[in-house]
Design a protein around this ligand. Sequence first.
Ligand code: PEP
Ligand code: MG
Length: 566
Amino acid sequence: MLKGIAASDGIGIGTVLIVKQQNLSYIPHSVTDTEKEITRFDNAVKEYCSETSAKVEELRKDTESIDADIISGHISMVQDPYMSEEVKKLIHEGKCAESAFENVCDMFISIFSSADEDIIRQRATDMRDVKYGVLRHLLGIKEMKLDNIPEGTVLVAKELTPSMTAGIKKGNIAAVVTETGSSTSHCAILARLFEIPSVTSVKGLLKLVENGDTVICDGTSGNVIIRPDNAQLENYTRKKEKLIQIKKELEPFRGVPTKCKSGRTFGLMCNIGNPEDAQRALDSDCEGIGLFRTEFMFMNRNTLPTEEQQFEEYKKTALIMQNKPLVIRTIDIGGDKDIPYMGLEKEENPYMGCRAVRYCLKHPSVFKAQIRAILRAGHYGNVSMLLPMITCIEELLECKKIIETAKKELKVEKVPYDTDMKMGVMIETASAAILADVLAEESDFFSIGSNDLTGYTMCCDRGNSSVDHLYSPFQPSVLRMLKYTISCAKKKGIPVEMCGEAAADPMMIPLMIAFGLDSFSVSPPSVLKVRKQIAEWDEENAKDIANVVSNLHSKTEIYEYLNTVI
Ligand code: PEP
Ligand code: MG
């Protein structure tokens, strides 16, 4: 049995198809007719862009197909003026188009790959994809197609790039297993969105597996079994059927209000990262978007998106949501999310540094452009604005001043915008939680970011496995912060939601019901599970459990107790 990173839940059993990049070797040579070589490069880029646009258009028609958005980002990457200038510079120095283009791509790949953050390292995969696509056109090699693969296929690859997966029908894929990658690689994100079991980072995979082998992929535990024996096949088939059964049991919770047994209703929202996710969120039967993480829109590119570009994306999302609530968070960059072109200073400890609103307040023009775009999008739907990483009242008041200036400008310019847009604060630092009574006076709502709140309370980086034993929202200190934050929101009469991962944790749900949380914001696949879990509790029962938990002194005791009652 092999072990990798559990990237997408569920069990897939099927027949291996190894996906390999085509051989694109060439002999680097020098050129003298540089203009001719530049034309050859320009033509290859043009062909690549029109092939990619056609692919995107095709994908957008078919909701069963793998995400079009990432692929369309590749067009912006290759059309970036800096990139083509650099390639042309090298061609003028005498390099052939293939070498020049490859050198420039490799430079970007090495910058992206050396980033500390997973999400930036992912850009290296995109750049490899772009490099491969344009080189293919320069060399006149036809694209390998994967759109005709048979049902029950387990895709196996070193790395699956977005363009490799484009066009694949999700119903035909039993599972995806890769030798490299992490739980945030494109292929893992797509697998989760399409509910295909997936395991990444399986060391030595390609040496052990052959086309036609039977493979079991357990995307929940990270186990991969190549050529399983009959007992293993029977065991995993049983497990798989059980999971299918659980899924069936969730169906009655589609299209009904989110209510606990004693009748109190809750909001059940989704977290998204781009407008396309909004449709998937709606399909999952959520009641709105509790968190739109806008920083992803700033990532797949080399220059800042303009106000107009941002406005189009937010407006598109608002229109998809058809007047259901949409909470757009202003950019949360810094910390684990560096964006090279935004000029973040290198810091000793970026988590404690110039992150989120701290960056925005230092770069008011970047901030105001985003605020204007969000306010304008509010004209087309039920949009609210959310400020991440607030730690003190001064920051909040400064943000509100910029929001007021943006509103005044839009009014003078006679640009339509939402004059009454609600403005919320993320409670995701210990300081914000302790100051929740003060912050509530200046906020229209709270959104609890339990991921960071846990990290900043326990002084643990959420990605650092050596402090994993401390990182838990069930630490008594974190639970006290949650309880206090919610009580302050209640006292002030403002709504409070939770949008961190803990919102979908079955053990957290009764505690949140008891503390008085109004709304849960979770990933699309968790929506029905959370609705079902909420329906299983009545408030009195949840309060009894929360009372016991509030008197326990350690995470271990709390887990032990909750395990006996849930
Ligand atoms: C959080 O911190 O819980 C949160 C939702 O924000 P992010 O995960 O984007 O930091
Ligand atoms: Mg956060």
